[in-house]
Design a binder for this molecule. Sequence first.
Ligand code: ARG
Length: 501
Amino acid sequence: MTDEGDESVIRRDRFSGGPARGFLSSLAADERIFAADLAVDRAHVVMLAECGIVDDETAGAVLTALDAIEVEGHESLPAGEDVHEAIETAVVERVGPEGGRMHTARSRNDEVATCIRYRLREDVLAALEATLVLRESLADVAAEHAETVMPGYTHLQPAQPITVAHWALSYESAVRRDTARLLETYDRIDESPLGAAAFSGTTFDVDRERTAELLGFDGVIENSMDAASARDFLLETTGALSTLATTLSGLAEDVILFANRGFVDLSDDYASTSSIMPQKKNPDTLELVRAVAGDAAAGVQGLTTTLKGLPRAYNRDLQRATPHVWETVDAVVEATEVAAGAVATAEWNEDVLAAEAGAGFSTATGVADLLAANGLPFRTAHEVVALAAEKSAERGSANNASGDEPRANGADYDAIEAAAEEVLGEPLETYADPAAVEAALDPAESVASRDSTGGPAPDAVADQLEAARATLADDREAVDALRTSLEEANAALREEVNAYV
Ligand code: ARG
């Protein structure tokens, strides 16, 4: 069936009763918007009564029927092409033909668009709350491990020592932006299309601001054609979730790698074992978190492809747009919650981390910085330290061949001294105090010396942590305010309805 003549039972019987009936129907998937549709129906009927478009008695009968339908639940709805049609049929079954007045001055087109936005606000709030919990876990790890040195990598090669706090706050910063993106997206979801009717408005003198208010929307989408057609808010939401999922996948990958190297132990709650290898403790939860980036990317891809090239105004393709979003939001919220739990309960092995922090001559940059600070051009200093690294590597493999212990840190004072002599033709002491070189070689000292804004030094990290906590508190307040305003709107709508039932 089409929306033209939607109210007519005859038209309903005439169309879509054939073999394509199931193909046309979104009723099962619409369970997701069952509660939303009831709210939208209630707000619409209250507004119709207030505007004198239906009388109070009819409004009361319809609103009473909606309450009964709610109690019976989505699974008890009569057959229908979708939840909107099924609820209307159920109302008419209870109220009689007068119940058909519920659909005055609207179409399923503005109705479904309103339902999606109404429901999506809840889902985005859940996503927002999950990001806040994750950020809190990361901030707590940072607070506990401000001085826990660990290796930092680029290209997965040991690069420079950092701290666990610095690592954790790097992800907190990223997820902070995910929160911000979702908050911005929320504002664009939070506008009411209701009253746009099929796409070109209605002859009835409806009050669109009033239904928007009753549903707790921040305002209306004015242009009725845009209101019925627009789905960019879905793309934006899925995009923001996909960005979050991509952040999570990196976080998960890091922790998987850290678990592999013995840097971190996952709590048993977030690990699995093998069905055959009894000793195994596998980071499966984080592997699944990592994989959810694929689900989210699929959501973006599926949705974009569905929306691409759709003409104005409503086209039934839109019915298949929303499932991409629901699947994405469910997967990403769950992944965010699991990531938060895994991070919050993991144990960092400080001894292993300390032993590995200087591996691969990871303090080399600090030594070069020291020589440069004492007057050598940085490029020359780089050359000296590179040669020291090379000499140490050779000596390391010679030691290995002779059965000696391999060198833990990759380079020591002697190697640097020899390299300085060779490159500069002058003793190392000309450019650096031996004690300062030894200090630069020490991972903890190396970390402490990098105290530029945003750096890993404990005092620089303390500033970052303070900023993280402050923004987290602000964001929590913003999210709580959104949640409260939805709850208040729900309560207010209930009160309006109670005046009729
Ligand atoms: N089930 C439809 C959807 O999800 C509702 C709108 C149907 N409108 C129409 N003109 N057939 O998009």
